[in-house]
Design a protein around this ligand. Sequence first.
Ligand code: ZN
Length: 263
Amino acid sequence: MPELPEVEAVVRRLRPLVEGARIVSCGQWRATTAKGTDCAVGRRIEGVDRRGKHILVRLESGAFLRVHLKMTGNLTVVGDARMRPPTVRAWFEFDDGRAMALDDPRALGRVTFHERGEENELFRDLGPEPFSGEFTVDHLKNKARGVRKPVKTFLMDQRAVTGLGNIYAAEALFEAGIDPRRAAGRISTARIGRLHAAIVGVLRVALDSALRAYIEPGGFTEGENFPVAVYGRQGEPCPACGKQVKRIIQGGRSTYFCSNCQR
Ligand code: ZN
């Protein structure tokens, strides 16, 4: 599943390709794939940015398309709208014949049209962006205060900070030396500081790796260049102490950690 770094890489690649293009028609594979996108027809694309894992394609008059890539989606530009690959689920043809296409083998990705002003309501529950000035140690400490659920689940729910998925949540907790099962509200202030630094550090390395992986057009795998320490390494030696990496299930997702290094 694309996480924040991969979505950011998609945004940076897409932006110069679509800025200034005018949408002249749109289509979709199934009714559930896209909602309200007819309203985008006739509008010019003014920019592309991101909120959490949502891609926002900015249109004239403050409207925007929101794209969520889900498990296997990718937002690309095809040279000829009529020659789009069979796995394209939603497309927006431009006045120059090219098209922006949601290519998605598993067809779980979604596109929705929104008018100006709907953004605050849409993203009300999303925490700050990890690279923004809003995401501070104090912010993380305040969010964690009194929270009884495990810190891994706390980090995954996007309210404390947006963009941490399963891979990078596990890696940040390893780097900070915190047991993923520990209640978020029972982590000392000093260790919250280490966790904050680990989250930002892991996501920076992941973003660099996603940008490199995305130099070539076509699909890419999340974290493919990211040097994982624990994620997906059940039974293998911990890179720090050599003890076997463990796997448990939290909130229906796998969590990988070292029970010796993470307390
Ligand atoms: Zn270890």
